[in-house]
Design a protein around this ligand. Structure first.
Ligand code: SF4
Length: 276
């Protein structure tokens, strides 16, 4: 495989297959680095297992189990801790990313401790007994002008007035104030999916940054819904063009330090033709 653009090779590369759907994470991946998007979404190359990603999966699953199995009034920190251990057992299956980390007993204990701290912070942010979830890990998709938009919503709440609120948990660092708006665009897409599929625009979208105990929220509006659609359409066109020309350029940034595809990336000295 070569990632050199047409101008550098002198011959037209074969077009690449388009992804079937566009999701908030694909939009974010493509706009952050088209080449990393190609490796991940188009070629589906597995990323090396990552501790922060596994920690995030673990905490998401523990919170999902909390709202699934603990009745209102029983959703306390102790129960959440039991369900964290349950989530850990589930995710320890042989072919999981957690298993691929190959943690020993001390490593597993450290992971559970770090995940537990994120759960502590969750309980500082909100009381889960005051939450009425209408859906958990809700998988919604809709076709708009031939483009299939899809999203899996961590939690869809019913507010006291009967309207919906979209909630997305984040386990990484909270963005700086000037980046907050762009981070909301993913959850705004979830709001659009709710409106199209469930027939009701959510009253609020909320990003809960557990690690920093920060909540960023917004009220979806006609303007934000139009903006989400326009952005998704523009990104999709750029992906179509990149696939047609097999031209996905690297976009070096501080995120390169955490990129799982460095060994294939020419921008950081990797070999794009190296063994997969
Ligand atoms: S190392 Fe950086 S430039 Fe290269 S693919 Fe990864 S994110 Fe993109």
């Amino acid at each position: 495989m070569t990632v050199a653009p047409l101008a550098e090779t002198g011959r037209a590369p074969a077009p690449l297959g388009l992804p079937r759907t566009l999701t908030p994470s694909k939009i974010s991946a493509f706009t952050s680095c088209p080449l990393a998007f190609r490796f991940s979404v188009i070629e589906r190359l597995p990323e090396p297992p990552s501790l922060p990603a596994v920690r995030g999966t673990l905490v998401h699953r523990a919170l999902q189990l909390l709202f699934t199995y603990a009745e209102e009034g029983d959703r306390d920190r102790e129960r959440a801790g039991q369900l964290l251990e349950e989530a850990f057992r589930e995710l320890s299956s042989s072919d999981s990313e957690l298993a691929a980390l190959g943690l020993d007993a001390d490593g597993s204990e450290a992971l559970l401790r770090q995940a537990g701290i994120l759960l502590d912070r969750y309980f500082e942010i909100e009381d889960p007994n005051s939450v009425r979830p209408a859906g958990l890990e809700l998988d919604l998709s809709v076709e708009v002008d031939g483009l299939v938009l899809r999203g899996i919503i961590d939690r869809l709440d019913v507010l006291p007035d009967g309207r919906f609120a979209v909630v997305d948990y984040k386990t990484g660092r909270a963005p700086r104030a000037e980046q907050a708006r762009s981070r909301l665009s993913g959850v705004q897409l979830y709001a659009l999916l709710c409106e199209e599929v469930l027939g009701q625009r959510p009253a609020a979208v909320r990003l809960i940054y557990l690690r920093d105990r920060v909540v960023i929220s917004a009220e979806p509006s006609d303007m934000s819904m139009r903006g989400v659609l326009q952005r998704a359409g523009a990104v999709w066109k750029a992906i179509e063009r990149a696939c047609e020309q097999a031209d996905f350029r690297p976009s070096p940034s501080p995120l390169c330090s955490w990129c799982g595809y460095r060994r294939y990336c020419p921008a950081v000295g990797g070999d794009p033709d190296g063994p997969r």
